[in-house]
Structures are given as structure tokens and as C-alpha cells.
Write a protein that binds this ligand. Sequence first.
Ligand code: ATP
Ligand code: MG
Length: 235
Amino acid sequence: MSRLEVRDLHVAYGKVRALRGVSMSVDPRHIVSIVGANGAGKSTLLKSIMGLLPVGAGEIRFGDLRLDGASAPDVIRAGVAISPEGRRLFPDMDVEENLALGAYQRSRGEAARTLESVYEWFPVLAERRRQRAGSLSGGQQQMVAIGRALMSSPKLLLLDEPSLGLSPLIVRDIVRIIRRIQEKGISVVLVEQNARLALRMSDRAYVMQTGVITMSGTGAELLDDVEVQRAYLGA
Ligand SMILES: Nc1ncnc2c1ncn2[C@@H]1O[C@H](COP(=O)(O)OP(=O)(O)OP(=O)(O)O)[C@@H](O)[C@H]1O
Ligand SMILES: [Mg+2]
């Protein structure tokens, strides 16, 4: 089982220092959430772990592997996958073609087997396998984005704003899916605007503010924290 460990991570976009010494970790089978306001650096952290942004300084370790400096394909092979903010589907491709993109590094046989298991997780996608992704509801599109990430059979799944723009009923489905992912033994990093939802399901959580972690604890501890309530829970 692999633990993710991020140590003193610095990432910049030109002169914009988006991450300024971020440290966090994710134990195997844990759900860990990152909460914070718009622009805090949450997506930057996930993209950096995924090998999608150059790391300025610091370390990212996953099990015995060093991921800082690794390419995105290397990170995927190490067992990490992302469902990105805004879902990033190809709207004119059908559901199955979008899912297949998540398995591009795997053999045909492995991809076919994983596709069947993704359809077991999301029966509604099996029914719509030939439907254009762009014609699906928001919740179904989110399922495709998560399903595509699962197609690489990750040990760690990074979820960036999975509930964004979805109705409360559909958000409940997404919560159930995230719990099932955890039950399968996959660790999850959850980035959510909906802090209450995220903290309720988290083993651990971090609060991020303009590129630094300002607080951490169990989900329950942060839910009980007066500062967190005032800033993020609308209390
Ligand atoms: N491609 C980019 N080029 C320049 N600056 C960027 C880029 N992407 C993000 N930033 C800046 O980096 C900082 C962190 O952005 P990031 O997208 O990581 O925040 P976030 O916490 O995910 O916000 P949100 O809740 O709005 O998704 C912000 O100041 C943002 O303006
Ligand atoms: Mg973001």
C-alpha cells in the first residue's frame, strides 16, 4: 500500500507563486480533503502531484517512488489518476471513447476488463455507452470523468470539484461513489468548494489559503473548528 507524501512543495506560474511550501500526506485507503477559497492553489496542488505542472522545489513521494519531476504518464503508471476540475470530456466523442482515453497506457485486454468494471460501477454509463458525452446530464458527465480516471486502475484518485454545478440529489450519488472507491482500497484526495460535504467524508483534511496550508486535522475536528465554520461553512 502506498502513502502519498508532499513535502515543502513550491509551484509557480511565472511570477505567480501558487504553492509556497505545501506539505501534506495521504495514508492508504484514506479520503483526504483540501478546502479553501477560490485561487487558494487547490487545483495547482492536484496538477502538480499528477505531473502536469513543473515543480519548483520540494518533494512528492508515492510509496518508494519520487513523483516530483515525473511526467504525467509516469505518474499514471505509478498508480495515480485525476478527475480534473470542469471534467474535461471530449463532448463529441461517445461515453466509451472518453472512458477508453483513461486506459491508453494499458493492454487491450486490461482495458476491456476495466471497462466492464467501470460499467458495473456506473450502470447508467453502460446504457449510454454510444451516446455523445456532451449530451449527458452534468451528473452523468461527472461519472464519465471519474470512470475515465478509474480506467488506469489507480491506487490514488485525485478528484477536483466533483460536485460542482450538480443538484443535491446527484451530489448524494457522487458521495456514494466516492465512498465505494474508498471501500475498494483506493485512496482519495478530494478538492471541494462544498467544504461541509468534503469534511464529513474525510479521514483527514487540510485548509489551504493563498498557497499555504493553514490548518489540518481530522474531518470531524475541522467541522468543529470555529474558524473553519466562519470562513468555509457559512456558520
Ligand atoms: N495557468 C495559470 N497561469 C497563471 N496563473 C494561474 C494559472 N492557473 C492558476 N493560476 C493562479 O494560481 C493561483 C492558484 O490557482 P488554483 O487554480 O490552483 O486555485 P484553486 O484553489 O483551485 O481555485 P478554484 O477554487 O477557483 O478552483 C491563483 O492565484 C490563480 O490565479
Ligand atoms: Mg480549482
